[in-house]
Structures are given as C-alpha cells and as structure tokens.
Design a protein around this ligand. Structure first.
Ligand code: PMP
Length: 360
C-alpha cells in the first residue's frame, strides 16, 4: 500500500489511524454483525454512535449548554440559504463581510431572501487581506453579521474573532473548523461542511444559540429548519450514517492528539514552515498579507505559469498529490488540514526547493 501526501482542499486527507479503525470495523461493528453503513439510523447501535460523536464535539469545542449542535445535509452551500431562512426572525436585512469567493457566494444566496448587504469587501475583489475592522459599515438593525473565518480558495484567514457588538455573529467555518480552539459563546451560530477537518463529505455541522431559533421564513424546508432539526435529534430524515460515524472517529482522534490546543500548535508550525520557505525562496510567491495568511490553505505561484504543468507532474511523481490551485486563482494550493502530518510539509518543501534549483 502506498499513501501519498494529499494536499486536496476537500474532500481532504483523513488520519490514517481513523481509516484503519474504519477498516477493522467495516464488516462487523462491535459485534453487531453488520457495518455501520447497513444499520438502521433508529437502532440502538447507531444512536449511540451519533450521540457519542455529538458529545465529543461538544467537549472538544467546549460548546456552552445554551447551544444546539446539529448534523445537517446540503453542505455549507445549503447553509447559505438556511442561515437567512432561520436567522432573519422578522428583520429584512443582514450584513456580510466578504473576504473571498465563498463569502461572495454566501451573500449572493442570502440576497434571495433579504436585503443582504456587503459591509466590507476589498477594493477590486483583491482577496489578499481582511479589510480593517474600522472600515466595516455595520448596520445595528441587521439580523446578523456573516463572515468566513477562512477563505479556502484565496487562503485568507481571520487571526481572531471580530467584534460586532450585539448583532449575532454567524461564521462559515468550513475550512478551518477544529483547526484551533474557538470561543463558541462569541457566536450566534457557526456552520461547517465536514469534508476538511471533520470527516468525509455528507454532513454539515451547525452550532446555534437557542434563543435564535424557532421563527423561520414560511417557505423554509423542514430539513433546513434548525428548531425542527434540533427537536428531531438531527434525524428528521435518514442522516448520512457512515459519514457521521467516521466524523466521530476523527473527533476522538483529535482528542487523542491533545485536543484543539495541540491542533493549533501543530497547524501553526506546519503553515509557518511553508510560508517561511516561500517568502525566503525568491522564487515562489504567496500574495496574502502575512497576518491574514491561512493555516489551512496555502496558495502560491511559480515565477511563470508556463511551469505549472511540470511542477504538478513532478509533484505527483514524488507522492505529493492535488496541489493544483483553484481554477479562479491559478497557481498552486497546498491544504494543510489537521490530518496532514508535518512530514508532508517537509516533503513538499524539499520538492519545491529541488524544482526551484532546476528551473530557477
Ligand atoms: N464555504 C467554504 C469556506 C468552503 O470551503 C466550501 C467548500 N470548499 C463551501 C463553503 C461549500 O461547501 P459545500 O461544498 O459543503 O457546500
């Protein structure tokens, strides 16, 4: 068996320990004589798997008791609609801070349901930094303020949680969920697709404060109604059971690594190493302002885009997979999620050094 270092932005690399456990348990989950894929979601076995995963997540993130943890479907993209449907609560306007491509999509979708205002966005859509907080034109009457803590495509990450006063803060954590501790109490709601730091694609985590739910737009589909999903224990309809189970194993793996503080230290070290190399190389370039650089997604360019194909071919041959940048920004992108070991970053830096020497 040969496993590559997989730098995909998502679905992304998973911890080998977890994949091995899945393999061990695949045909017979803990003496039930069946795999998790084959179980009724209403049965005792799966209900215990689901509850344990929720409990582990609650512990890891230190989620306060007045928040609901929901396992939903439809991806973060589904939440672009679910957020306004659930959180407008009689108001007709919401504020969006746009720092990259996903924030742009979120505000566009919200505009179908309300007056969605872009209250901060870099000039010319040059998504290489977070606009200065003093320049955001927040509306105190907005139902919520939405932002994207980490923009997966541009590699722009907020270094801390912005202060937006009393208006509920809503965050699309998809690509930086569980990469470091967060103070959930600062948020009205957070959401994240699973397929980066949490597990395989198929579930979307929603963590929402109790007082914000229960007054949805009339056309809200039942499966997107947070209060109903909470009442139904995230099983209004058949959940993606296997994904939920694997997420639970990944959460236990994070605990075994020392929790989110340990994850943060590892992630800072991995990203720091790659950025330091890029900056010192005089060959590769990352355009993002240093204090807003993502720990999770590191885009970089070569001096000449004509070299990209060669770079990627050589990388694949060296066991470094899926480094092509998003088509909208070009160049390369190395995603360094929790499950990417430091050895993967070392191997990437070694390859980049060699390539620059040969082609520089
Ligand atoms: N938001 C962010 C920040 C993302 O990275 C992604 C997926 N890459 C999405 C939203 C969309 O997620 P999904 O495909 O789960 O709908």
């Amino acid at each position: 068996m040969t496993r590559v270092f997989n730098f995909s932005a998502g679905p992304a690399t998973l911890p080998v320990d977890v994949l091995q456990q899945v393999q061990d348990e695949l045909l017979d989950w803990q003496g039930t004589g069946m795999s998790v894929m084959e179980m009724s979601h209403r049965g005792k076995a799966f209900v215990s798997i689901a509850e344990q995963a929720t409990e582990t997540l609650k512990t890891l993130l230190n989620v306060p008791d007045n928040y609901k943890i929901l396992w939903m479907q439809g991806g973060a993209t589904g939440q672009f609609s679910a957020v306004p449907m659930n959180l407008l609560r009689g108001r007709d306007t919401a504020d969006y801070v746009v720092t990259g491509s996903w924030g742009k999509k979120a505000v566009k979708e919200a505009a179908r349901y309300c007056s969605a205002q872009t209250v901060a966005r870099p000039v010319d859509d040059k998504f290489t930094h977070v606009p200065d907080r003093d320049d955001w034109t927040l509306n105190p009457e907005a139902a919520y303020v939405h932002y994207t803590p980490n923009e997966t495509i541009e590699g722009v990450e907020f270094p801390d949680v912005p202060d937006v006063g009393d208006v509920p803060l809503v965050a699309d954590f998809s690509s930086t969920f569980l990469s470091r501790p967060i103070d959930v109490g600062r948020f009205g709601m957070i959401y994240a697709g699973a397929q980066k730091n949490l597990g395989p694609a198929g579930v979307t985590i929603v963590i929402v404060r109790d007082d914000l739910i229960g007054d949805v737009l009339p056309q809200t589909p039942t499966v997107l109604d947070y209060a109903k999903v909470a009442d139904g224990e995230s099983m209004l309809n058949t959940p993606p059971c296997f994904t939920w189970y694997v997420c639970g194993l990944v959460l236990q793996w994070i605990q075994r690594q020392g929790g989110l503080k340990a994850m943060a230290a590892r992630n800072a070290a991995k990203a720091g190493k790659l950025y330091a190399f890029i900056d010192a190389s005089g060959y590769y370039r990352n355009p993002v302002k240093p204090e807003h650089r993502s720990w999770m997604n590191v885009p970089f360019t070569l001096p000449d885009a004509a070299l990209d194909a060669d770079f990627l071919k050589g990388a694949e041959a060296a066991g470094l997979s899926t480094l092509k940048g998003h088509r909208s920004v070009g160049g390369m992108r190395a995603s360094l999620y929790n499950a990417m070991p430091e050895a993967g970053v070392d191997a990437l830096v070694d390859y980049m050094k060699e390539f620059a020497k040969k082609n520089g």
